[in-house]
Design a protein around this ligand. Structure first.
Ligand code: HEC
Length: 237
């Protein structure tokens, strides 16, 4: 992951670091909501089931209520709570429209890393030469349109040339503001990135919990052995 995090599209755009916190349930829930509403129309997350999502992200303390919440608010592209998170759009249609099929995003965070995702989501810019009208500084000639431009606004990218004459990214300029402030948009993209990290390895949530139990056990064990030692050595002196 660190290797991938160094640079973005090979054009000098440094990746922006993002802090990931899988304990932050509210952030994961928000990320999941954005994903279901704005991404699942084209992309699948086909290794994940809705009921697992309900269980892990705890939309309510009561597991039954959490499932009900997901069933009511997130099942746009599926019928049953036990279904896999398949894309709403048939893959053949997507290919016809975009030239490439939108990839499944279940394992995205594993092969791209969180910093790349966070930067990608915030780096779409206007490009008249691109078929969709958009381009991205960390994914050159990306076929995906900027689906969240209403939130972020519309930005232009400026490039310069380095000593070797290679085009390098310089800066963005916001030419039309979005409905969200830059801070709120960044926060949403952080939540979405957080969600992708969870999605790539859902058992991490459980593993962290197990980790705490192990530490607790070791601490208790230490106390027990201390008293045992005292007991054993009591008559030796
Ligand atoms: C209108 C369809 C559409 C929607 C909606 C959409 N995407 Fe995409 N996305 C694509 C297509 C097509 C590609 C393939 C781009 C390419 O290969 O040039 C893509 C590529 C990507 C990639 C790059 C994957 C990789 O590593 O190669 C990421 C990340 C991504 N999308 C995330 C998202 C997220 C997050 C959302 C929701 C906010 C979203 N997409 C919504 C069509 C869509």
């Amino acid at each position: 992951m660190p290797v991938l995090s160094v640079a973005g599209g090979g054009n000098g755009h440094k990746l922006d670091p993002v802090s990931i916190d899988l304990e932050d349930k509210v952030s994961l829930q928000r990320g999941a909501t954005i994903f279901v509403n704005y991404c699942l129309s084209c992309h699948s997350a086909a290794y994940m089931r809705y009921n697992r999502l309900a269980k892990d992200l705890k939309f309510s303390d009561d597991p039954k209520e959490s499932e009900k919440f997901v069933a009511k608010n997130m099942l746009f592209a599926a019928d049953k709570i036990g279904d896999l998170m398949k894309a709403a759009m048939p893959i053949e249609d997507a290919k016809d429209w975009f030239g490439v099929a939108p990839p499944d995003l279940t394992l995205l965070a594993r092969y791209r890393g969180p910093d790349w995702i966070y930067t990608y989501l915030r780096s779409f810019y206007l490009d008249e030469k691109s078929p969709s009208g958009w381009n991205n500084t960390v994914f050159e000639n990306v076929a995906m349109p900027h689906v969240l431009y209403e939130w972020q606004g519309t930005q232009k990218a400026y490039f310069t040339k380095n000593e070797e004459g290679v085009k390098v990214f310089d800066r963005f300029e916001m030419i039309k503001s979005g409905t969200k402030s830059p801070q709120d948009f960044d926060k949403d993209m952080r939540d979405l990135t957080n969600f992708f990290v969870y999605l790539g390895e859902p058992s991490q949530l459980k593993r962290q919990r197990v980790g705490w139990y192990v530490l607790l056990f070791l601490a208790l064990f230490l106390v027990v052995t201390y008293f045992l030692k005292k007991e054993y050595w009591k008559d030796v002196h």
